[in-house]
Design a protein around this ligand. Structure first.
Ligand SMILES: NC(=O)c1ccc[n+]([C@@H]2O[C@H](COP(=O)([O-])OP(=O)(O)OC[C@H]3O[C@@H](n4cnc5c(N)ncnc54)[C@H](O)[C@@H]3O)[C@@H](O)[C@H]2O)c1
Length: 284
């Protein structure tokens, strides 16, 4: 398949959380496709270093802008600087988020508000300000990293799950209101991906194996799985996909039925039952 199948060469993408686990891989995969990149994150040193590294390795233009996605003046500055340098922005990817666990009954109000601020208000603010630019251009494409926990409650992470459910709806709102202006908005819902945000979960092999077992693919996801989906949804190859939530989770969400216990084990029960049936009808 041609490297240019996606037709992304020469486009400009802005990405929040650009030096996070997923952010880095998404930046790198855009760069491989010849996309110029605006890197947004709060980690100044990492941001500058990574922007330089990607520009050197892939020969694309990169623009690191220290940006707190919850601060209006930062986000407005990021849009203005991006347009000043590149003249336009074609793609926005929202990844900047936080995760903190706490039983619901103990969750302090300020922690609830902080999660809401970063995970939902931040996504909204960045989408709105880049969205205004997209409307002006008559074209633009957004991909928001949500989570499978936005559908199935992540127990003891209520603030996280709730904010991400909000992200799904915000994305649909954008699609519904701005589709007429040439703006698309889609979500990706990952499940188990090893990154700095989640690495503590994988320190114990038993936990890792337990997680693998919950997926249909029987493996933990990697950041490339997510980046591949981001690139597709960012490209004109997905032009008629709008307001969609794409699960990239190894089939985790369809495995509920597989959790239902059956006497002797699910497969063993099925084989026994089927053998008995064949005997009854004289075929065994
Ligand atoms: N890792 C997983 O298993 C997993 C699963 C499902 C969904 N997700 C989602 O994927 C996205 C990326 O997660 P990750 O695993 O790469 O996380 P990560 O912690 O590795 O990266 C997050 C990045 O966001 C930046 N950031 C945080 N707050 C910010 C702010 N206010 N403004 C600007 N930047 C900010 C951080 O500095 C960091 O670089 C998140 O939205 C997360 O909820 C992750």
């Amino acid at each position: 398949m041609s490297d240019q199948w996606l037709g992304l060469q020469g486009k400009v993408a802005a990405i929040t959380g650009a030096v996070g686990g997923m952010g880095r891989t998404i930046v790198q995969e855009f760069a491989k496709q010849g996309v110029n990149i605006v890197l947004l994150d709060i980690k100044e040193d990492a941001l500058n270093e990574y922007a330089q590294e990607v520009a050197d390795e892939f020969g694309v233009e990169t623009l690191p802008i220290v940006t707190n996605s919850t601060k209006e003046e930062d986000v407005d500055n990021a849009v203005a600087k991006s347009v000043e340098k590149f003249g336009h922005v074609d793609i926005l990817v929202n990844t900047a988020a936080m995760l903190r666990a706490c039983p619901l009954e103990d969750l302090p109000l300020d922690e609830w508000r902080q999660t809401l601020e970063i995970n939902l208000t931040g996504y909204f603010l960045v989408s709105q300000r880049f969205g205004r630019q997209f409307i002006k251009q008559g074209k633009g494409n957004m991909v928001h990293i949500s989570t499978i926990a936005s559908i199935f409650p992540e127990t003891y992470s209520a603030a996280y799950s709730s904010t991400k459910a909000g992200v799904n709806m915000m994305s649909r709102q954008i699609a519904a209101e701005w589709g007429q202006f040439g703006v698309r908005s889609n979500c990706i819902q990952p499940c188990f991906v090893k990154t700095p945000l989640s690495e503590a979960f994988y320190a114990d092999p038993e936990v890792e194996n337990g997680r693998k077992a919950l997926t249909a693919n029987k493996r933990i996801g990697n950041t490339m799985d997510i980046a591949n989906a981001v690139l597709y949804l960012s490209s004109d190859r997905s032009d008629y996909t709008n307001g969609h939530e794409l699960r990239v989770e190894g089939g985790f969400g369809i495995m509920m039925g597989d959790q239902t216990p059956k006497p002797g084990g699910r497969r063993e029960y099925a084989v026994k039952e089927h053998d008995a049936y064949l005997e009854r009808i004289g075929k065994k």
